[in-house]
Unconditional design. Structure first.
Length: 394
């Protein structure tokens, strides 16, 4: 590729010398005897560099350079001044008017070729950089458009999922209500039957019915609460100041008499007379009760220790039993989902535990379940902060 250079000088002899030198070194050359002629050339052709004499009549090299730089179509062409003036003021003015380099007359041929080649290479590099930036901008615009389109599709999909989730929660809520209505009739009928004299067989059937209805009622309650918590989240909580010590003690008092025949002892202790937190009384009580009942299911014989520790920023409840251990694979998924069927307890217990997890997490707390290292039982740890801090989403 031949680079095109415009040489401007009012001295024909100088033009001839420079044009011959450049032609011999494979440049395409055009010449102009004045600044006005140079501007005419620039209206019709594109040049890679301009060699411009300073001292010319009518329009000086500085004035010509200034006009070239004001034209958006020619402002990026590198201009090298050819001048017999070496004073600092003239050189500074040349740079101020837009020149990029200067060569003093009489010039060295080799110096002129090197300086010219350098400025043309720099110009080509700048043009490549501009092209690259434009390509990058085009690619960024393209990717941005794709991301916007994908985000819009995702937003639509999320809205559909929200609708489906709301429909699911409404369905569960409706089913739970529908189940509880006939349950009330069954419970009333059973209580009426218990008032009559019964033989041992009838008592056994009524006991089985009573147990089944109780489990079904627990399942219905858990399903209804899970639906409400999924639908409303933190807005469903009725936050009040509550004391966990009497809550835990009351749960144990209600459970313990029913388990005496199974040879299970309960030990309760606390490091303070009270453990005050902000929370939803009914839901917190339900969560703790479900976790204690889980220990009961796995502890056929032995001891269950329940400890309440009132700490500076939270309350910690530890439930330690001497029951069966869980396999390692079950530990990592213990509270994950009500659909996990790897547990050794009934479905209603799994749902209650899932509900317990939701309740504690909505209170900004945590649950940890682990086997004791000496293989003598399990520990369930519940941590509930005293003050729940919610971070508002943008």
């Amino acid at each position: 590729m031949k680079y095109k250079v415009l040489v401007v000088d009012d001295n024909p002899k100088n033009l001839q010398v420079v044009a011959a030198l450049l032609t011999e070194n494979d440049y395409q050359v055009e010449v102009a005897l004045s600044g006005r002629t140079a501007l005419s050339w620039l209206d019709n052709l594109k040049f890679d560099a301009i060699l411009l004499d300073v001292m010319m009549p009518e329009m000086t090299g500085f004035e010509t350079c200034e006009k070239i730089k004001k034209n958006p179509q020619t402002k990026d062409i590198p201009i090298i001044f050819l001048t017999a003036r070496h004073d600092v003021e003239s050189i500074a003015e040349g740079f101020e008017r837009g020149g990029i380099d200067y060569i003093t007359k009489p010039f060295n041929h080799r110096e002129l070729l090197v300086r010219l080649s350098t400025q043309i290479e720099l110009k080509c590099s700048r043009e490549k950089l501009v092209d690259l930036n434009q390509w990058l901008k085009s690619e960024v615009d393209k990717k941005t458009h794709q991301l916007v389109a994908a985000n819009n599709e995702l937003s639509v999909a999320n809205e559909e999922l929200k609708k489906l989730d709301n429909a699911k929660n409404d369905f569960l809520k409706s089913i739970s209500h529908e189940i509880r209505t006939p349950l009330n009739g069954i419970v009333g009928s059973m209580n009426l039957l218990k008032s009559f004299s019964q033989d041992s067989y009838t008592k056994e059937v009524l006991s089985l019915l009573d147990s089944s209805v109780t489990n079904l009622e627990k399942y219905s309650y858990a399903a209804l609460q899970i639906s409400n918590l999924h639908l409303k989240g933190e807005a469903h909580l009725d936050i009040k100041t509550i004391d966990l010590v009497p809550i835990v003690r009351n749960i144990l008092d209600n459970i313990n008499p029913c388990r005496k025949s199974e040879d299970i002892d309960f030990n309760f202790s606390c490091n303070s007379d009270e453990a005050i937190v902000n929370g939803d009384l009914e839901l917190i009580q339900n969560a703790i009760s479900s976790l204690i009942e889980c220990s009961l299911i796995y502890t056929k014989k032995g001891v269950i220790d329940v400890v309440v520790n009132d700490l500076e920023s939270n309350t910690h409840i530890r439930i330690q039993d001497t029951g069966n251990l869980f396999a390692g694979g079950e530990l990592s998924h213990f509270f994950d989902s009500i659909n996990n069927q790897n547990y050794q307890f009934e479905r209603n217990n799994a749902m209650e535990l899932y509900l317990a997890k939701m309740i504690v997490q909505l209170h900004k707390g945590s649950i940890e379940f682990k086997n004791l290292l000496d293989k003598s039982g399990t520990i369930t740890s519940i941590t509930i902060p005293k003050q729940m801090i919610y971070v508002e989403e943008d």
